[in-house]
Write a protein that binds this ligand. Structure first.
Ligand code: AMP
Ligand code: MG
Length: 344
């Protein structure tokens, strides 16, 4: 199959979106930009089209998809909502929040991987929004990477994984946020965070009384332990090189990085301020030390760039486990399969 890449913002958006929505209506797959990462979308009512998402990604059959809707009220069509859903939706939708709700019959089990709940999200990115609107159906879409790889935050990285597998990639430039949405589950007036993202615990606490972070967000699952969200059990976001995180409260990062630069074919993910102190070889600057937002935004791009450099190892700072860097901590700790030099 030939994979077409069409760029938005150059006067052809209506044509591109028409073409893309026709593919979705016909049961095909389209990769599209969102504010978080690129999604790989299909008609969420079409069981067979959604199975093709799993095939295209090589995604394990028990890892459910997120269903994207054009306005938060559209959740009514696919799920049983409640008061807290509307509180969360009014505050954070459209935006990078996914809410797990009991599913209605219209959503096939191939979308929810056999679960009776469905993940609902309303993206703010205008291209994503219009694609859902023009398609006239909710769009089931996981991240548009091959399973296990870092999520793509540019159309080029979607192309690297999906060339020849899907008919169309909409290129809407680099994603603003750069990591996937916050995923929450609602019980009564409490919220459990299953995956951290740009909507933080502190932000959620402005709407609901209790926010709990699921253990698997931070800690390794124990043997045989069943996670609250199936996606938590898979190694994820990993570059081909071995990633090691360095606890810089225990180990001097610069000394270690210099030693590795001399002895290994490695890349170093460093803060911008550290560049002059390191050898100018395979450096992957993540942003300023205090700029968590930028570090998070660049994370997946840099993990992919490490692969392009064909290095054997990558060394990076262990992020703090505090609320505002929790999304980055969660992705990095899993990308390195919990290999932390100096311990957590
Ligand atoms: P992705 O679309 O690749 O960002 O993955 C979607 C994430 O949402 C995965 O981690 C899934 O496990 C999680 N998810 C989707 N639907 C559900 C559900 N019904 N219950 C719990 N987690 C879900
Ligand atoms: Mg994913």
């Amino acid at each position: 199959m030939k994979t077409e890449v069409l760029k938005t913002g150059e006067g052809n958006d209506e044509l591109i979106l028409k073409k893309a929505s026709d593919i979705i209506k016909d049961g095909g797959l389209v990769a599209f930009p969102t504010e978080t990462v690129y999604g790989l979308g299909a008609n969420a009512y079409d069981a067979e089209a959604c199975l093709n998402i799993f095939r295209a990604k090589g995604r394990p059959a028990d890892n459910p998809l997120i269903v994207h809707i054009a306005s938060f009220e559209d959740a009514e069509k696919i799920a049983y909502t409640n008061e807290l859903y509307y509180k969360l939706a009014k505050k954070f939708m459209p935006g990078p929040l996914t809410v797990i709700l009991p599913k209605k019959e219209v959503i096939p089990y191939s979308v929810t991987a056999g679960l009776d709940s469905v993940a609902v999200r309303c993206p703010v990115n205008p291209v994503a929004h219009k694609l859902i609107e023009y398609s006239g159906v909710p769009i089931a879409a996981p991240s548009a990477n091959r399973s296990g790889r870092p999520s793509p935050t540019t159309a080029k990285y979607v192309f690297d994984d999906m060339d020849g597998i899907i008919p169309l990639i909409i290129d809407g430039g680099e994603c603003d946020i750069g990591v996937e949405s916050t995923v929450v589950k609602i019980t009564d007036d409490s919220v459990t965070m299953l995956r951290p993202g740009a909507v933080t615990c502190e932000m959620l606490l402005s709407v609901c009384k209790n926010v709990t972070v699921a253990d698997a967000v931070i800690n390794e699952l124990k043997d045989g332990e069943k996670p609250l969200s199936p996606g938590m059990k898979y190694k994820h976001y990993a570059p081909k090189a071995n990633l090691f995180l360095v606890n810089d409260k225990k180990i001097d990062f610069i000394s270690l990085a210099l030693e590795k630069q001399r002895s290994e074919n490695c890349a170093i993910m460093c803060f911008d301020e550290e560049i002059p102190r390191l050898e100018n070889k395979n450096l992957l600057p993540v942003g300023k030390k205090d700029d968590i937002r930028e570090q998070t935004r660049r994370l997946f791009i840099l993990l992919r760039r490490a692969d392009e450099l064909k290095v054997d190892t990558v060394y990076a700072h262990l992020p703090s486990v505090e609320d505002k860097s929790l999304a980055m901590y969660n992705r990095m700790i899993r990308a390195c399969a919990h290999h932390v030099l100096g311990g957590v």
